[in-house]
Design a protein. Structure first.
Length: 303
């Protein structure tokens, strides 16, 4: 996977989640806390999600072939969408089910102090994972806000890991509140309430991921700043203006560019070919991710 895929953030999240899942399930076995069970399943799902993201990166590196002439770059979008589906179904829905069951049939925790210690350790590990994801995302975020980065990022792995880590940390705090309130008030229903809150949180994060990744799957254009740079690069050396321009992401770091260019009437064919080649070279220099370029020369007719 390219560095743009945030593989370091994915591996850090995977390592943290595997360790966290183990200690959460041990804590559930000791305490019987439904919040701990929901959080354990959440960590297992997150670990599977990171595995899917790594698999998507590996699939995307396959060379183009006869059946897929534009390559396999969109595999990363597909696997990111699968991550959102897993987070929704195996994470959010399971947590809601467990929470409702605990509210309907509450029972006291056996060793709440164990649950609290485990949750605090998990918060530290998740904090490390989130710190790594933030560090990996900053070069891609630029001047955009974090919300804007989640909405506009073309690299699907980093928003997925960021949202997972934020959801995991928030979920741990909710689980800590549920266990704490259950112990302080003597009412185990609070453990179920905390579990339901975790489920709602995971469902919300999953929906955001689904919406953003679906947009990438359908086919998003280049960022406005890239479109402007491409348009500027096309004009000059025999190209009068851009009649129309279309761009689409074939993968996070691969753009398809198609444009119709207005050229002076009577230009000899050899000069037309030279001007098209020069325009293509300028585009590649201006926007290196523009790797597949199709340019059509035309006369500058009135609209």
């Amino acid at each position: 996977m390219s560095t743009g895929g945030g593989s370091k953030a994915i591996v850090a999240a995977l390592s943290a989640n595997l360790g966290i899942a183990l200690i959460k399930f041990i804590a559930f076995a000791v305490t019987g806390s439904s919040s701990m069970l929901a959080e354990g399943v959440h960590s297992v799902v997150d670990s599977g999600n990171q595995g899917l993201l790594l698999r998507g990166g590996a699939k995307a590196r396959q060379a183009a072939d006869k059946d897929h002439p534009f390559g396999y770059g969109r595999e990363r979008f597909v696997y990111a969408f699968l991550v959102a589906l897993m987070l929704f179904s195996l994470g959010g829905l399971f947590a809601l089910y467990e929470g409702v069951e605990k509210i309907r049939e509450p029972h006291h925790l056996d060793s709440p102090i164990v649950a609290v210690v485990v949750l605090l350790v998990a918060i530290c590990l998740e904090g490390y994972s989130l710190r790594t994801a933030v560090h990996e995302s900053r070069p891609h975020k630029g001047d955009d806000s974090w919300v804007g980065f989640i909405r506009h990022a073309k690299v699907p792995e980093l928003p997925a890991v960021l949202l997972e880590d934020v959801a995991a940390l928030t979920g741990l705090v909710l689980a800590l509140l549920g266990v704490g309130l259950a112990e302080v008030t003597g009412d185990p229903v609070w453990d179920g309430v905390g579990t339901c809150a975790i489920g709602v949180l995971l469902l919300a994060v999953a929906v955001v991921l689904m919406v953003e990744t679906k947009s990438l799957l359908v086919g998003e254009s280049a960022a406005p700043v890239q479109v402007s740079a491409i348009e500027r690069a096309l004009v000059g050396d025999g190209v009068d203006r851009v009649i129309h321009l279309r761009t689409m992401h074939l993968g996070p770091e691969e753009l398809l560019v198609g444009a119709k260019l207005a050229m002076p009437a009577g230009t000899p064919l050899a000069e037309v070919a030279g001007a098209i080649d020069a325009a293509e070279a300028r585009v590649r220099d201006a926007v290196p991710t523009a790797r597949v370029i199709y340019l059509e020369p035309d006369l500058d007719r009135p609209s």
